[in-house]
Design a protein around this ligand. Structure first.
Ligand code: SF4
Length: 349
């Protein structure tokens, strides 16, 4: 079990739940837009948020942002040791840096000050920024990523800093899995898992689901980010679906919808999509079935709380917990209304 590190009040590691993170893509110095995006992320379930701090104006925005949000704020800093030192005087909850980007004498100042100010640091090693000597010896491999990370962990510890979270991300799924498996054996601090530069919405979601799914199922990973070349809010749904698929989070609707075939009697695709868009954000733990025909309908979806199956005449059969309730004439309109009332009545009970 990993050591527990706190980002603000949020624990990472130990037996704590795997937390979901994201990163803003607004200009951090534009605190108004950045706060707006963080609040959107919070509403979508983001539990820790990171902002880039590339300049002194962004640094000045940190405390203003912090005052308006309720989730922990992490500063992402590269190359500029002065910014890394100065951000430790703000209300920031944690800092992410790649120690390889700082000259040793300056890194030491950051490590000592972070310890003094009790601010955790995520040592974020990526395949693109492995320590040069290690890279020469091991090539760009998962082993090199982990050796690089372990070297920095040792350095932090030797300077009395053990408020550390570690990531060893690669843009390659297989390398990411291997790197985190190795890191899990060698590092006692919490692991922030993710596939770096995972790509566009669909490709990135799939790469992240495969890598994070395998790792989490093996009990590896204490906090995660799904990185997408897309609006950061979209990362939330993927992250939560990964966790829910593995039983690591509960809540929110689960839609069981059939893939459709020649037997399909009702418009499964549009009904399912409408359910997703209207009820996708609710936190109720409810399973909804949308099945194209009665042949496999209620039977296959017997565990659904509520569902519909198409009839050959285009009507629908409404069922609850596998029990047929009634026939409905206009499957899409009526079922959505029935579903809405069903969700309201569950909440009022
Ligand atoms: S539930 Fe019916 S319509 Fe849907 S895929 Fe199965 S057989 Fe086809």
């Amino acid at each position: 079990m990993k050591k527990v590190i706190y980002y603000g009040k949020v624990p990472i590691g130990g037996n704590n739940k795997v937390t979901v993170q994201s990163m803003t893509n607004t200009l951090t110095r534009d605190h108004v837009q950045t706060i707006k995006q963080i609040i959107e992320l919070e509403e979508a379930g983001c539990e820790i948020v990171r902002v880039s701090v590339p300049d002194s104006d962004s640094l000045k925005a940190i405390d203003r942002i912090k005052r308006k949000i309720s989730i922990p704020l992490v500063a992402d800093i590269h190359f500029n040791y002065k910014l890394a030192l100065d951000v430790l005087d703000t209300q920031i909850d944690a800092v992410r840096l790649n120690p390889g980007n700082f000259p040793k004498q300056y890194l030491k100042k950051v490590v000592l000050k972070a310890e003094r100010n009790q601010i955790p640091i995520r040592i974020g090693v990526n395949s693109g920024s492995i320590d040069k000597k290690i890279l020469k010896k091991y090539g760009n491999t998962p082993e090199a990523l982990v050796k690089s990370a372990v070297q920095y962990v040792d350095y932090f510890e030797s300077n009395g800093n053990n408020k550390i979270v570690v990531s060893v991300k690669s843009s390659n799924v297989v390398d990411t899995i291997e790197a985190y498996r190795l890191a899990d054996k060698k590092i006692k601090y919490p692991l922030h898992i993710g596939v770096t530069e995972a790509g566009t919405y669909i490709r990135g979601a799939i790469k992240s689901s495969v890598a994070l799914g395998i790792l989490l199922n093996d009990g590896i990973g204490d906090t995660l980010r799904v990185s997408l070349s897309s609006h950061p809010v979209k990362e939330m749904a993927i992250a939560y679906q990964i966790l829910k698929s593995l039983g690591l989070r509960k809540g929110g609707i689960n839609i069981i919808s059939c893939p459709t075939c020649a037997r399909t009697c009702i418009d499964i695709i549009s009904i399912s999509e409408e359910i997703e868009s209207r009820f996708g954000q609710i936190s109720d733990d409810v399973t909804i079935a949308v099945m194209g025909c009665v042949v496999n309908g209620p039977g296959e979806a017997i565990h659904a709380d509520i569902g519909i199956a198409g009839n050959p005449d285009g009507t629908g059969t409404l069922f609850e917990k596998g029990k047929i309730i009634k026939k409905i004439q206009n499957p899409k309109i009526e079922f959505l209304k029935i579903l809405e009332n069903f969700l309201i009545s569950r909440n009022s009970n």
